[in-house]
Design a protein around this ligand. Structure first.
Ligand code: NI
Length: 166
């Protein structure tokens, strides 16, 4: 197992669109294990492969309080979503220390594969729904701050730059 370095916004590599996973082998399962370890150590509730500079369609999530319910989504797709939207305060391991409100569908149905390539559907709501959508955005090369106004985004970039200098 290994901790993987996490890319930080505005690193341009975070804007890479990930490619589908086609091979379900030991290397993939190792990547899943390393991403899970990295997520738990951060600590965070979700991590997309994009954030560790691996541009494949793979995310790991654990929104449980006990941190023992790892969910792995490979090649995830949203096949249904509620019309109803909710506002939730989001953070991101790639945008440390920044929390902003984002509006998204309240529930989603996700179709994905597990680490063995088995397909499954999952209906998600609450924090899990938010997290799945947030992580799937990473696979499209999108970071949550891009859903905010330009002014807010510029403030966040300035704050992160200042923090890095210290
Ligand atoms: Ni994120």
């Amino acid at each position: 197992m290994a901790l993987l370095p996490i890319l930080e916004y505005p690193d341009p590599r975070l804007h890479t669109v990930a490619a589908p996973v086609t091979v379900f082998d030991d290397a993939l399962r190792q990547l899943v294990a390393d991403m899970a370890e990295t997520m738990y150590a951060a600590p965070g509730v979700g991590l997309a492969a994009t954030q560790v500079d691996v541009h494949q369609r793979l995310i790991v999530i654990d929104t449980s309080e006990t941190k023992d319910q790892l969910r792995v989504f490979i090649n995830p797709q949203i096949v249904a979503a509620s019309d109803e939207l909710v506002v939730c305060e989001e953070g991101c391991l790639s945008v440390p220390g920044i929390f902003e409100e984002v509006r998204r569908p309240r529930w989603v149905r996700v179709r994905a594969q597990d680490a063995d390539g088995q397909s499954f559907d999952l209906d998600a709501e609450g924090l899990l729904a938010v997290c799945v959508q947030h992580e799937m955005d990473h696979l499209e090369g999108k970071v949550f701050v891009e859903k905010l106004s330009l002014l807010k985004r510029e403030r966040i970039k300035a704050k992160l730059r200042k923090r890095k200098k210290r």
